[in-house]
Design a binder for this molecule. Structure first.
Ligand code: 5GP
Ligand code: ZN
Length: 137
């Protein structure tokens, strides 16, 4: 399924040109136009799914294999010091384009000023632990 109003549907299916690093039957991997770092890439399924919850299981599984494949080439080729695999769902989580995608973000020592993916660690309370554990009886 495609969504005619979705820019990532158009890019993934080749209707809008993009700097494509990898393509197969199900995915296109492109360079992000607003990169966090050198080599920042996006894995786009060709089929429209707004987010991870909507993504069919088969594509979810294949997406991680693509992340491994392309991430490995980026890491080796760019000689980076690390690689973040990031996937945002919902505005509150930073999602701005509502077509599922995975970010591959090469990391270089000392780039923390430019690339911010950290949080202040809290403390796991018994109350919260019980609440969340109850979701998985
Ligand atoms: P999100 O915030 O939804 O997880 O990530 C959306 C990403 O898509 C951002 O990093 C943004 O720079 C990138 N982006 C948005 N529009 C375009 C576009 O038209 N082409 C490309 N290559 N990247 C885009
Ligand atoms: Zn789409």
């Amino acid at each position: 399924m495609r969504d005619d109003n979705c820019i990532f549907c158009k890019i993934a299916n080749g209707e809008i040109p993009s700097a494509t690093l990898y393509e197969d039957e199900d995915f296109r991997v492109i360079l992000d136009l607003g990169p966090a770092s050198k080599g920042h890439a996006l894995i786009l399924p060709k089929e429209h799914a707004a987010n991870l919850y909507e993504l069919p299981d088969e594509l979810a599984a294949k997406a991680m294999v693509v992340a491994k494949k392309v991430g490995s080439v980026l890491a080796k080729g760019l000689n980076c010091d690390g690689l973040n695999v990031v996937q945002n769902n919902g505005e509150a989580a930073g999602q701005t384009v509502f077509h599922f995608h995975i970010h591959l973000i090469p990391r270089f020592k000392g780039d923390e000023k430019q690339v911010k993916l950290t949080w202040e660690p809290g403390k796991l309370t018994d109350e919260v632990k019980e609440e969340v554990l109850k979701l998985f009886p």
